[in-house]
Design a protein around this ligand. Structure first.
Ligand code: EPS
Length: 374
């Protein structure tokens, strides 16, 4: 493993934070590109009120000098503009009530208590989270389990995409369906219909990765298989319930003769004329486009509340609702292509070198020459 990253931050805290270790020396970062990925994650029909408040931008605080990566860990922040409305409920330090007058004390106490959550939200992390940590306020779970955290992953992934662009490796995501609708021209209308009913929707997203060199990943060890690593990283995105590579589960419904990609040798290169394998065979990239499909469940927070239970009193109630997206499939597509970029860069560096761009460029060119691709 060449790369690792950590994220920290609460949904309504001051900021989101990330640290990436393993980015080699010598790559010029394109901040406009990184910010454009952050802004793409915020867009799409079905996003709620929060996205009108936020304008996600990366602020790198170390590991980059004059826009060039230095090989030191890259640390960054993304501000939560909404924090201005949460200063007391999300305060890091203890509030010094003793030195406040009574009116201010009451005002602050009210602000804090109105943000305490007792009604469990089904299909969220709430139930298992409060039991696991013995929390008496569901907000402790909500703040960190919120999909807001995916902004940090997109920033990491966009840095990885930025580096992979030097080698023409490109990532894209496309929505295949929203709920039961697979007509792109109807997506907006369909999402809005459910929004009006206070209901939510999920969908299916296709990720395509172009120009991945042959041989990333490995057939040698279970944890080095590229499909396994991609599946883990995509499955870790909140609300993603399945990941498929190429034909995916459809493989189980067709015969081998009718599904496997035949091999040809043309123009002094190996190639396939079909790509049912989705660009991965034996745990390694095979030179074709990598094609992944992920399915997202509907957003659990809904105006049309589900039946639930209150913590502590155990009374029947309806689920907590503040405000929420009713569909975030487009955003999940942006997160998915960036999570995939992290895995691809990790494997790319494992193969071509971990220290500096010059050495990596040379190793990459030598490999391409050996396999007659340049
Ligand atoms: C989320 C709830 C909403 C979403 C949020 C994920 O936020 P809020 O509770 O502030 O209204 O907008 O997603 C983001 C903030 C984001 O940046 O994607 C949740 O509970 O998971």
């Amino acid at each position: 493993m060449a790369l690792r990253f950590l994220t920290a931050g609460e949904s309504h805290g001051e900021c989101l934070n990330g640290i990436i270790e393993g980015i080699p020396y010598g790559y010029e970062l394109d901040f406009d590109f990184i910010n454009s990925e952050l802004s793409a994650r915020q867009s799409g029909v079905g996003r709620g009120g929060r996205m009108k408040i936020e304008k996600d931008k990366i602020k790198i605080t170390s590991g980059v000098r004059h826009s060039i990566t230095t090989a030191s860990p890259i640390a960054f922040q993304i501000q939560n503009k909404d924090f201005q409305n949460w200063i007391y409920p999300m305060s890091i330090t203890k509030i010094d009530f003793e030195n406040l007058d009574e009116t201010t004390r009451e005002e602050i106490n009210e602000k804090i208590s109105e943000k305490i959550i007792k009604k469990l939200r089904p299909a969220h992390a709430d139930l298992a989270g409060v039991i696991k940590y013995n929390f008496e306020d569901i907000r402790y779970v909500l703040e960190r389990s919120s999909a807001r955290e995916t902004a940090t992953r997109v920033a990491v992934g966009a840095i990885c995409q930025n580096i992979l662009k030097y080698y023409d490796i490109e990532f894209s995501s496309e929505i295949l369906s929203i709920g039961a609708c697979d007509k792109k021209e109807d997506f907006e209308k369909y999402i809005k219909e459910y929004q009006e009913q206070g209901d939510s929707l999920g969908g299916v997203i296709k990720i395509t990765i172009k120009n991945v060199p042959v041989g990333l990943g490995s057939f040698v060890h279970w944890d080095k298989r590229l499909d396994g690593m991609l599946a883990q990283s995509l499955m870790s995105i909140p609300a993603i319930k399945s990941v498929e590579v190429g034909l995916g589960k459809e493989y189980s419904m067709v015969s081998g003769f009718n599904s496997h990609d035949e091999i040809y040798y043309e123009n002094e290169k190996y190639c396939h004329k079909t790509n049912n394998s989705g660009g991965i065979e034996g745990g390694m990239s095979n030179g074709e486009d990598i094609v992944l499909t992920v399915a997202m469940k509907p957003i659990p927070t809904m105006k049309k509340a589900l039946n639930s239970v209150e913590i502590i009193t155990h009374k029947n109630t309806s689920a907590h609702f503040e405000r929420a997206d009713n569909c975030a499939v487009e955003a999940a597509g942006v997160v998915a292509r960036n999570m995939a970029a992290i895995v691809i860069l990790d494997n790319f560096l494992d193969k071509f070198g971990k220290d500096c761009k010059n050495d990596i460029d040379k190793a990459f060119r030598a490999y391409k020459k050996r396999i007659n691709e340049i």
